[in-house]
Design a binder for this molecule. Structure first.
Ligand code: NIG
Ligand code: FE
Length: 405
């Protein structure tokens, strides 16, 4: 599957065109794709000099791009997983001192080295599922030093493992408990001290805010996003996840690159995003893992012309999965996206949302040779055999970084 086409997000019917090449081949040199064509042509072009990787009977896909993850955190929340099974809701658990705050405690207590070792192991989980690039947010530190610590770990994972990481500053993930009675002071700290340091040290390309009842309201979210824009960061936003409080409308008003979640977004929010060309990032695994049943309106968004992205939302609270094949399955079974639309949403559209559509997200001449070989003959099987280990091998810069036993 080449996903060949313009180096930008695909919308509407464009999302169904995967650029499938039967008996195709790629010539790779110095980590980049030099040519794509029929296998026979490619072998002729290589002139007997190249190492040949045989993938007969397999599907080759661009490395998945996961545009929304919370990679770096201490500990886990498996206790809340059981509490929800016993009937508690995400909001009830958070109100009782669990939720994001419990992960903040464990993340603050962990050293940079400990967090790196955890993140490095998780990077292996992403790669083994065919993901070669992730966006990763801070947000479990919520002090200047702890946020910088997380962002440095994100950068180091990108440098020291085959997984590419794109950092996002999410100091506005929750009001830390020590500022519960002085929200304004935390916001000033975030805007006047954290943002400038993040910029100075080039630790993030994007900023994000959790706009939600009990977290950051519209007014607070607007001021964080505007300050981030002034400091030159691209904007993403957690919007309309648990309640519809006008998050998608705010994303459109400000012109964020993405609005993420959108489970509760209505027609007005969708229309505003179309006008402002905001990309929706849908996270069905968080709906699933919270045991909820209201998935975002993917079909309405695609019909309206939005360039939909699908991501894992990997995090210890609401979405403990690194698997985009699993997310593809949810998108197809629960949101009625077609298999082709879902693949587009995890490759070129996700790459565009990270401003990397010229480098990754498709298999075309000049792009980075990041790709996965799946042990199935029909691309729809990647999502259909949900939970089956179909990844045969994963390549980054043309080198094999994972091979199934
Ligand atoms: O995207 N919504 C906010 N952040 C995460 C949840 C984080 C947590 O519960 O630790 C999310 O779902
Ligand atoms: Fe999230």
């Amino acid at each position: 599957m080449t996903l060949a086409g313009p180096a930008r997000a695909r919308r509407g019917l464009e999302m169904t065109d995967l650029g499938i090449l039967q008996n195709g081949g790629m010539l790779i040199r110095d980590g980049r794709i030099e040519a794509v064509g029929s296998s026979r042509e490619i072998e002729r072009e290589a002139g007997g000099q190249a190492e040949i990787i045989e993938a007969e009977g397999c599907v080759i896909v661009p490395g998945f791009v996961d545009a929304h993850t919370h990679l770096v955190f201490g500990g886990n929340r498996v206790d809340e997983f059981e509490q929800r099974a016993r009937g508690a809701t995400y909001q009830e658990i958070a109100a009782a001192g669990g939720g994001i705050r419990s992960t903040v405690r464990k993340t603050r207590a962990a050293s940079e080295e400990e967090l790196f070792n955890l993140a490095k192991e998780r990077a292996g989980w992403f790669l083994r599922n065919g993901t070669t690039t992730i966006e990763a947010k801070s947000g479990y530190g919520l002090t200047l030093e702890d946020e910088l610590k997380i962002l440095r770990v994100i950068r180091r994972v990108g440098r020291e493992t085959p997984l590419t990481t794109v950092g996002t500053f999410l100091g506005a993930h929750a009001i830390p408990p020590e500022f519960a009675e002085k929200r304004g002071v935390y916001l000033s700290l975030l805007i006047d001290e954290m943002l400038p340091r993040v910029r100075e040290e080039h630790l993030a390309e994007f900023a994000d805010v959790f706009c939600e009842r009990g977290y950051f309201d519209l007014e607070e979210s607007r001021s964080v996003l505007q300050a981030a824009a002034r400091s030159g960061l691209g904007l993403r936003m957690h919007a309309d996840q648990l309640t519809n409080n006008g998050g998608a409308l705010l994303a459109a008003e400000i012109g964020t690159v993405t609005a993420d979640h959108l489970e509760q977004t209505d027609a007005a929010g969708i229309a505003a995003m179309v006008t402002a060309r905001v990309q929706p990032v849908l996270l069905p695994a968080s709906v699933y893992a919270l045991g909820l049943d209201k998935y975002p309106e993917a079909r309405a968004m695609i019909s309206a012309g939005l360039a939909v992205v699908l991501a894992s939302d990997f995090n210890p609270g609401s979405s403990p999965t690194p698997s985009l094949p699993f997310v593809l399955s949810l998108a197809i079974t629960q949101m009625k996206m077609t298999p082709a639309e879902a693949i587009t949403a995890t490759t070129i559209n996700a790459a565009a949302s990270l401003r990397r559509a010229d480098q990754i997200g498709s298999l075309e001449t000049g792009k980075l040779a990041h790709f996965t070989i799946f042990a199935c003959a029909d691309y729809r099987e990647i999502a259909y055999w949900v939970g089956a280990p179909l990844v045969r091998s994963v390549f980054v810069h043309g080198r094999e970084v994972f091979a199934a036993p």
